[in-house]
Ligand binder design. Structure first.
Ligand code: OSB
Ligand code: MG
Length: 375
């Protein structure tokens, strides 16, 4: 069965967050998300629809991409290159778009929609496509920066009560050592703990970050600038807690280099950041080959991205709990009818056809702020 591309719809939705989410790069109270709906047409004229979720934020604050720019580059530059192909499936997207620089999140969203459509046409689940055997995955939670330690502890206690098996604290200079110390005291020595700086530190902060070593954490995520691979390698030699890269890893080739340089002791894999689920699998494979533990990051996804991430994270190299929390961690209501939940600290790997979600169309329509149809 081969496919050609039919209509593509770009849809923007606005979803309020249940509580403000503050990181070293800013505070969010609402998520403005770009969804991609792609139609594939098979040899017999049969049509299949797939959905992708673009993880770009509203502002270029996490990486250079932002939602409005992602929509523009898809409509103006990416989609026309896919339309040239007379046969198309997810595996072709990366090659067809390779000559266009950057914009991994925009490319990933297109590839994801096409992947979902082709899996649905073939009546296959994403987990089956990936060859995963695990049926559940451990669920970690990402906790924003709080103004006071009391507020932070109340939030963490709530997540512990929800059953999350791993706590990740967002940190920045001024909200780090004492916050981590207080949380470690609250959750005890056994609960896995890690921090994420989202590039908030400088090369000269090695001695400061070394103070985190006494809290026996799994990792320190992205302390330095996205492009500072050598800085991370030096920090990895200076600090005992393993250094994990997030923002710095944008491709399999770059990840291999970062590992070779000693900058990446653990890898956070986010499909959107690396240009799609297929590149994410390649990064998983190379890390596994080199004994670099990986875990699946999150970008405050809806049920679409959460379902796909839960299947990806069932691959064997994902040996650490990911940021795949219940939908209710961020959203009072999700755009899917079967939102991700956690049971005994674990998320069930979806087994449904395609990426494994089913849309709640009325709710999706009610949160839609705009649609652009591209035929
Ligand atoms: O750095 O991991 C990050 C959210 C938005 C942008 C970047 C990050 C995050 C998170 C939340 O930490 C992860 C999630 O639970 O979706
Ligand atoms: Mg991160």
């Amino acid at each position: 069965m081969t496919f050609r591309l039919g209509a593509v719809e770009l849809r923007r939705i606005a979803l309020p967050l249940v509580s403000p989410f503050r990181t070293s790069f800013g505070s969010q109270t609402e998520r403005d998300i770009l969804l991609v709906r792609a139609e594939l047409i098979d040899d017999d004229g049969g049509r299949s629809e797939g959905w992708g979720e673009c993880v770009a934020l509203s502002e270029p604050s996490y990486s250079a991409e932002y939602v409005e720019g992602a929509q523009h580059v898809i409509a103006t530059h990416l989609l026309p290159r896919l339309r040239i192909a007379d046969r198309l499936e997810a595996a072709d997207v990366g090659t067809l778009l390779a000559k266009l620089h950057g914009h991994p999140m925009a490319k990933a969203a297109l590839e994801m929609a096409i992947l979902d459509a082709q899996l649905r046409a073939r009546d296959q689940s994403f987990g089956d496509f990936l060859g995963v055997t695990r049926t559940t995955i451990p669920s970690g939670v990402s906790v924003g920066i709080h103004d006071t330690i009391d507020e932070l502890l109340a939030a963490v206690q709530g997540y512990v009560d929800d059953g999350y098996v791993r706590i990740k604290l967002k940190i920045e200079p001024g909200s780090d050592i004492e916050h981590v110390a207080a949380v470690r005291e609250l959750i005890g020595p056994e609960t896995p703990l890690q921090v994420d700086a989202n590039t908030a530190y400088r090369r000269t902060d090695g001695a400061h970050l070394r103070r985190l070593d006494e809290f026996d954490m799994l990792l320190i995520e992205q302390p330095l600038a996205e492009e500072d691979i050598i800085g991370h390698a030096r920090l990895a030699a200076e600090v005992e807690t393993p250094i994990c890269l997030d923002e710095s890893l944008v491709s399999a080739a770059g990840t291999a280099d970062a590992i070779e340089l000693g900058a990446c002791e653990i890898a956070n894999i986010k499909p959107g950041r690396v240009g799609g689920y297929l590149e994410a699998v390649r990064i998983h494979d190379l890390c596994r080959h080199q004994d670099i533990p990986v875990w699946c990051g999150g970008m405050i996804e809806t049920g679409i991205g959460r379902a796909a991430n839960a299947a990806l994270a069932a691959l064997p190299g994902f040996t650490l709990p990911g940021d795949i929390s219940a939908s209710t961690r961020f959203y009072a209501q999700d755009i899917v009818v079967d939102p991700i939940t956690i049971t005994d600290g674990h998320v069930t790997v979806p087994t449904g056809v395609g990426l494994g979600f089913e849309l709640d169309r009325p709710y999706l329509d009610s949160v839609t702020t705009g649609t652009q149809l591209l035929t």
